[in-house]
Design a binder for this molecule. Sequence first.
Ligand code: FAD
Length: 453
Amino acid sequence: MDGLVVDLGEVVGPDQVLSDPEVVASYTVDWTGRFRGASTVVVRPGSVAEVAAVVVACRRHGAAVVPQGGNTGMVGGGVPLAGEVVLSLRRLDAVGDVDRLAGQVTVGGGATLGTVRQAAADAGWAYGVDFAARDSCTIGGNVGTNAGGLRVLRYGDTRAQVLGIEAVLGTGQVVSHLGGLLKDNTGYALPALLCGSEGTLGVVTAARLRLVPPSPHRVVALLAFGGTAEAVSAAAELRRGLPSLSATELMLQSGIALVCRVTGAPLPLADPHPAYLLVEAAGPADPTGELADAVDHLVGVAEVAVAEDSVRAAALWRYREAHTEAVNALGPPHKMDVTLPAAALADFVDRVPDEVAAVAPRAETWLFGHVADGNVHVNVTGLDPDDDRVDDAVLSLAAGYGGSISAEHGIGTAKRRWLHLNRTAAEIDAFRGIKAALDPDGILNPNVLLPAP
Ligand SMILES: Cc1cc2nc3c(=O)[nH]c(=O)nc-3n(C[C@H](O)[C@H](O)[C@H](O)COP(=O)(O)OP(=O)(O)OC[C@H]3O[C@@H](n4cnc5c(N)ncnc54)[C@H](O)[C@@H]3O)c2cc1C
């Protein structure tokens, strides 16, 4: 390791090689606190050439590398759980000029989602991906996890935004294709391949992103229902009948009560209700009337609050966005981020608490999610971080319904032993073949995504 540290210092300068144990420690624990590792060194390159030289040096020394962006990932994929070198991309935070003619921008892998969103807005455009970790998570991490978030129903996931990519492969070679041509059938689509690859195939140093037209008029409403099934049906109806729909988020009374307890917010409606939908409509013209009409036609709405202004809209959004931090306040959660077929979603949500209780009677279950995408975040608190019996029960239940064990957070280290629930042996073999081609010595994040051989 000493020889590697010297070599890394020659590449990036000694100031950008961190080995003080207290400083390194802040890079070794994930956001949830569930995944705690150790490393002797964090390296912080400032250019693609430095990233390439770092990878080459690590390869020469046989040292495994964990690429890390904002460290907001939820599945233990961005922290060194087996003593890997931490390759922090946060210095690659440049945001290029917005190409106003094409509606595109090229940004560094370490630029935060929030910075990119602001740059797009300043140029009269918008960026289609958004979620609560916006001010910490990076575009490289978003590509690594193929992040989804609040507006997938309108604009798609990160893969749908990435038109070009620059990355350093496990060989140290740089692949760069940032032209942003909308039609470009010249072989394999590396941007699509790298989206969701979780740092196992290449280190993303830049991305060319598609921008979308801004939606200056926005209205937010909170709808209450007597049960999950009614809320899920209403979400489907809104997708069909409300063209300006830009978000529908499912929450349950238990989660709302927790958010109120942790944040001190008042209950959002006069009475508590079993299920809620946070609905946002947005567009070039005021969608308030369109939203009101659509809500009038819904069945089973027990109570409604409509935000009259942006302050109240932000307050309603806070009930949803504060779920993640409120759950974390109870101690490191087990997070199972699953997608269900639409027809099974309500049944799954209603069954999960009992399935968890059968395995861990003293645990608590918190459910919320991006309901229009079929995506439910199952959070369970009160468990030992290493006790994965609940993970097994919940992921098996989701797969049994024909769902996915990872909607948007990725597989990481947390779910690699369950990948077979969604992927055949032939698919996993193909994954291994791709990994071997792009990272022949297996130094890039070797302990995530693919099951241990
Ligand atoms: C409050 C909160 C809300 C969230 N909401 C959502 C949500 O709605 N939707 C959603 O999808 N996620 C959500 N997340 C999860 C998280 O923010 C995303 O997974 C995000 O994309 C991670 O970005 P990051 O920069 O923090 O990556 P990290 O956590 O640093 O890394 C995540 C993975 O990407 C890899 N990686 C990081 N940078 C690079 C790079 N430059 N090149 C290659 N690989 C890289 C890492 O090795 C790791 O495998 C939320 C997190 C928090 C804390």
